[in-house]
Design a protein around this ligand. Structure first.
Ligand code: CA
Length: 217
């Protein structure tokens, strides 16, 4: 899952980015509305965390522009202005949820999970695919009921495949979901994660469709 953080405050930005990265998301961080527009033009994000008080272009304007071009990516607004009027303005401009600063990073994590779950059309917190169960809140993986230890990246890869079970996900789509801009991606990074997952979950769990990508069997 790739997340865009739009925040001009360096301390809040760093904390939010570190928190999301620890949860296994690929995170891109920009500090103004114009850069946010450019990023959204070149990448497909699963979620946008948007500060309202931004330099040059207000967060509400960024949001209105997104919704005007029919961009339906979930948006969580972060506002320092603790007034009801601002929150109403944000929600009415198309935000899906909001947090008032200062907020707790655990609450941010939970709200992000809830928004991603809703965007994927799920209400239940667990994802079940055959013998496999994934818990996005705890990164727990169960196979036939037994717990299997996986890394944050391995979990992210498995989740990306499970969210689109039955269809083929290409290597570049997986790289886009797993890695942010300033992370070096080795040419065989995805293959290595798939190899490790097969070792832990069995050879047959992830199928390689030659030249096209991967699918969950
Ligand atoms: Ca700000």
């Amino acid at each position: 899952m790739r997340v865009l953080v739009v925040e001009d405050d360096p301390m809040i930005g760093e904390a939010v980015v570190a928190g999301l990265a620890a949860d296994g998301y690929a995170v891109d961080w920009v500090r103004d509305g114009r850069s946010a527009e450019l990023s959204m033009g070149t990448h497909r994000y699963s979620l946008v965390l948007l500060d309202i008080g931004l330099p040059v272009q207000d967060g509400i304007d960024v949001l209105k522009t997104m919704r005007a071009r029919k961009d339906d990516v979930p948006v969580l607004i972060m506002t320092a202005r603790d007034t009801v009027a601002d929150r109403i303005k944000g929600l009415d401009a198309g935000a899906d949820d909001y947090l008032v600063k200062p907020f707790d990073l655990d609450e941010l994590s939970a709200r992000v999970r809830a928004l991603l779950r809703r965007a994927a059309g799920r209400a239940e917190p667990l994802i079940e695919r055959g013998a496999l169960t994934l818990n996005p809140a705890t990164h727990e993986v169960r196979l036939h009921g037994g717990s299997v230890d996986v890394s944050a990246r391995e979990f992210a890869l498995l989740l990306a495949l499970a969210e689109r079970a039955g269809s083929i996900v290409s290597r570049s789509q997986l790289e886009e979901k797993l890695y942010g801009w300033n992370e070096a991606v080795g040419s065989n990074a995805i293959e290595v994660h798939v190899h490790n997952l097969r070792r832990k979950l069995g050879e047959s769990i992830i199928r390689n469709v030659r030249g096209l990508g991967y699918t969950l069997d």
